[in-house]
Design a protein around this ligand. Structure first.
Ligand code: NAI
Length: 540
């Protein structure tokens, strides 16, 4: 406890505040008498008090705002509360509530958390980062707010995502709150409703793009390299092209990854690996259809290709098992301006020569593609609510005993299907995974939270300089082997801390096997990872 802090500063700093749990001795030492009520409480008692307050609230958004206030006033209590009941707390601090929180971020703005690095302040980055408060930072989650979940451009309100993801880094992987830093790169917003909202907290200009944007990002990366060498940086919710460009530009220069591309891929592929044995069909004989081939969809497809090759298929055979439908229909190689990440997914026009087509359209839609290829796995990452319609799902189930159907888009208002409908249309035969929690027994929540905290922890403990594709595949394979209960393919949310630990161990071991990290005995890796995980508790 830093003794030099005045009593009020102690209470005001969420990293030192204990509220009523300050002991009599601490109250004497820091002059806290009178500023606190006489009762000396415990962490458990404080959790019970906050739970009662949460229970009395009318909706999830109010609970989110309450929890954010708590985080900004007492970090230990916030994290102890979150960890005391992960299944109920995660949907409040993260998806699905965080979607509405980003849309309404300006309404509930109270106190500063993390950093807003705005375009007009670009020359001040080094000065801002110089604050000693950031000396301990090990993990950064950064966004420019342009593609928030499936909700599009939320400008500065997108800060809700880095804050939420870092709460999960602490909850699941045990990073101390002083070791995490959410950053919003505010380069304006093209969301007119936000810009015109008098309450909007961001920079009210259209988005900076092109060379100026690239220059701004470069300034940011250089400032981080200088100030926090070795920090892990997670790129989060950047729009498609930027997401890919930034990952390609910086992944070998900075210890960094893009969760929407790589984390989603590992989570979806890991869940698939875990669920595929229920279909009775070996992985290499499945037919995979991606609906929505943006950052998430293309990332999943790329990892699937790698895993199919690792399982023994040659590249051409692996490609022949994957199809992708995007906004203009089935992706075929003669489409103009296909982005680089979609090119490996493009089919040849000649393959469609014998397809049955109801509408005679140049690019078959989801239903036509399903009817013709008869996929066994359908993955939605399009942000298109209700896109998996009854006819498409029933057609898929006509050809397959246990179709694997993952409507992954978040939040619920963007999900391609309600899992209950998918189960009804397939007579309960489908193996269903959803992005957001629907609370339906037997439906797996396919959420990146199963992967990114463990990847970050494993990479940092192993001491790597970059995160390889192999490390993400190791995370996916580990996830696929963990097993679930009550019909779910994945472990329960309450087990997320152990999941992060297991994934971290797998990732660190993979890094060592690739020569990216110094070799350690298995027992030493496990010990180092466990020791790195902080538990929320007050220090004496
Ligand atoms: P993105 O914007 O990069 O990709 C969306 C893709 O869907 C684009 O290629 C777009 O052209 C396509 N699309 C749009 N309208 C379409 C239509 N009518 N038919 C077919 N395709 C269409 O976004 P990103 O990052 O790939 O995310 C997509 C969705 O996946 C979001 O809702 C996001 O929340 C969700 N997601 C879920 C995750 C999870 O853990 N469950 C993780 C990452 C993303």
């Amino acid at each position: 406890m830093p003794c030099h802090l005045a009593a009020r500063a102690l209470l005001a700093d969420p990293l030192t505040n204990k509220g009523t749990a300050f002991s009599e001795a601490e109250r004497d030492a820091f002059g806290l008498h009178g500023l606190l009520p006489p009762h000396v409480g415990t962490l458990e008692g404080q959790i019970a008090r906050r739970r009662r307050a949460l229970d009395g609230m009318g909706n999830s958004f109010q609970r989110y705002a309450f929890l954010r206030d708590l985080q900004d006033s007492n970090e230990v209590l916030f994290h102890a509360l979150v960890q005391s009941d992960l299944p109920h707390m995660l949907p409040l601090v993260y998806t699905p509530t965080v979607g509405e929180a980003c849309e309404r971020f300006s309404e509930i703005w109270r106190r500063s958390r993390g950093l807003f690095l705005s375009y007009p302040n670009r020359h001040r980055m080094a000065e801002i980062l110089a604050d000693p408060a950031y000396d301990r930072v090990k993990v950064i989650v950064v966004s420019d707010g342009e593609r928030i979940l499936g909700l599009g451009d939320q400008g500065a309100g997108g800060m809700g995502i880095p804050i939420g993801k870092l709460a999960l880094y602490t909850a699941c992987a045990g990073f101390h709150p002083a070791e995490v830093l959410p950053i919003m790169l505010d380069v304006g917003t093209d969301n007119d409703a936000r810009r015109e909202d008098p309450l909007y907290i961001g920079w009210r200009e259209p988005r900076v793009r092109g060379a100026q944007y690239d220059e701004f990002i470069e300034m940011f990366v250089s400032a981080i390299e200088q100030r926090l060498p070795g920090v892990l940086l997670q790129w989060e919710d950047f729009a498609g092209k930027n997401a890919y460009d930034l990952l390609a530009r910086y992944r070998h220069r900075l210890l960094s990854f893009n969760d929407d591309i790589q984390g989603t891929a590992a989570t979806a592929v890991g869940t698939l690996l875990g669920g595929i044995h229920r279909t009775g069909i070996p992985l290499t004989q499945h037919k995979f259809l991606l609906f929505g081939a943006g950052a998430a969809g293309s990332g999943i497809a790329q990892m699937l290709l790698d895993v199919l090759v690792a399982e023994g298929l040659d590249k051409a055979a692996a490609r022949a098992r994957i199809w992708a439908v995007d906004r203009d229909g089935l992706i075929v190689s003669d489409m103009a301006d296909l982005p680089p990440q979609q090119r490996p997914l493009a089919r040849e026009r000649s393959e469609l020569a014998h397809w049955h087509s109801s509408g005679g359209m140049a690019h078959p839609d989801l239903y036509e593609t399903i009817a013709n290829i008869r996929p066994t796995v359908l993955i939605g990452a399009s942000g298109q609510f209700g896109a998996f319609d009854e006819r498409s799902i029933r057609t898929m189930a006509d050809h397959c005993e246990h179709p694997v159907i993952f409507p992954l888009s978040n939040p619920i208002s963007r999900a391609e299907a309600n899992p209950a409908d998918v189960l009804a249309w397939t007579d309960g035969r489908a193996i269903v995974g959803s992005g957001s929690p629907f609370g339906i027994p037997g439906v797996t929540q396919v959420n990146n939270v199963y992967v990114f905290p463990g990847v970050g922890l494993g990479a940092l403990v192993a001491g790597v300089h970059e995160i390889s594709d192999g490390m993400f595949i190791a995370a996916a394979r580990c996830l696929g082997q963990l097993g679930g209960s009550n019909g779910s393919i994945l472990p329960e949310i309450s087990a997320l801390r152990d999941v992060a630990r297991q994934v971290a161990i797998a990732v660190a071991k993979q890094a060592m096997s690739e020569g990216l990290a110094a070799s350690l005995a298995d027992s030493e890796i496990e010990k180092a990872i466990t020791a790195a995980m902080w538990e929320p508790a007050y220090c004496d």
